[in-house]
Write a protein that binds this ligand. Structure first.
Ligand SMILES: Nc1ncnc2c1ncn2[C@@H]1O[C@H](COP(=O)(O)OP(=O)(O)OP(=O)(O)O)[C@@H](O)[C@H]1O
Length: 318
């Protein structure tokens, strides 16, 4: 990413991360100068393999872990200097439920709201519990709930104080299809009500289905931030590879206008085209090759997927 001006952020940015680094006490550097702006009202997916730094990044924004260098603001509030204001705007759904085992669902959700100094609003809490299919369980102790129900409680707790930015850390890891479906619906409903959503995932499919923008993090570095549609266009690219009868020294003059690549040994010509376009240009290319007397013995086509893009990004920096 190009370096960002440290003093300004886009007017529509609700979260601004600037030059954020984190070195744990062990000496391990989990984040390396991350610059990232999250736009107000978007669904942003942070994608990366295990250990990439996703949880570290959101834990810093949520004030659970201290950054080593750099700054983070939430709606203009610095997360260190202006912690309470920043934290009050954020809801966090962590990966696991660690406390409250003996509390009832209702009590824990009510308590979460109170923590942020919000006036009681039983009607609002009832609405959240109903949307999460938790209303019937409101008097149950959390320890008696199934794993899926506990995940729903985590979401209800995160929403109890009406946050403007919701972080979901691996929201669908290990959850059943029904909960995943409910979760996605809820995310879209929240977005419609103006909440900004940031989710971490290592499921590419999830990022594809839900996000407006996608960021890829690997080994503590943000290696790509892109609109999903742009990624989808890249996704739509296809390649046609032609195994030539006789190797070429260079791409012939007559084909200079074509997006062709010649392999290092001159034996394979690769043509990249837009698979979604009306005319792929393949027929014309084959006619040209014929006219130039270039024969091929084999051809095959391949498609790049978000997974390919992701894997190649992650590999190239390994
Ligand atoms: N408290 C800690 N002390 C030392 N190293 C840590 C600590 N917490 C995390 N790490 C290391 O930092 C790296 C990033 O961890 P992090 O949990 O942020 O990754 P992640 O992208 O969320 O991965 P996952 O998908 O597995 O949760 C990992 O190598 C992890 O071992």
């Amino acid at each position: 990413m190009p370096p960002l001006d440290a003093t300004t952020s886009a007017p529509d940015a609700i979260v601004a991360v600037r030059g954020l680094s984190k070195t744990y006490k062990s000496g391990f550097q989990a984040l390396k100068r991350v610059d990232l702006e999250i736009k107000r009202g978007e669904i942003f997916a942070l994608l990366g393999p295990n250990g990439a730094g996703k949880t570290t990044l959101i834990s810093i924004v949520c004030g659970i872990v201290n950054g080593s260098e750099g700054t983070v603001t939430v709606d203009g509030h610095d997360i260190v200097r202006d912690y309470r204001a920043a934290r009050g705007l954020i809801g966090l759904v962590p990966q696991e439920l660690s406390t409250d085992a003996f509390e009832s669902v209702w009590a824990t959700v009510k308590f979460s709201r109170g923590l942020f100094g919000k006036a009681p609003d039983p009607a609002y809490l009832e609405k959240i519990l109903r949307e999460l299919s938790l209303w019937e369980k409101k008097d149950s102790k959390i320890m008696t709930l199934s794993g899926g129900m506990k995940r729903r409680v985590l979401i209800a707790k995160a929403l109890a104080h009406e946050p403007r930015v919701l972080f979901l850390d691996e929201p669908t890891a290990g959850v059943d299809v029904e909960l995943r479906h409910d979760m996605w619906q809820m995310v879209h409903r929240l977005r419609e009500s103006g909440v900004t959503i940031i989710l971490t995932t290592h499921y590419i499919e999830e990022a594809e289905q839900m996000a407006d923008r996608i960021g890829v993090i690997n080994r503590g570095e943000l290696v790509l931030v892109e609109e999903k549609h742009t990624l989808m266009q890249k996704l739509g690219k296809k390649q046609l590879s032609l195994q030539l009868q006789a190797p070429l020294q260079a791409v012939p003059e007559g084909l200079a206008d074509w997006p062709l690549e010649l392999s290092a040994d001159g034996s394979c010509l690769t043509y990249t085209f837009d698979a979604q376009g009306d005319d792929t240009g393949i027929a014309e290319l084959l006619r040209k090759l014929n006219a130039l007397g270039i024969d091929f013995k084999d051809l095959h086509s391949s498609e790049s997927s978000l997974e390919d893009i992701f894997v190649s990004l992650v590999r190239s920096r390994a």
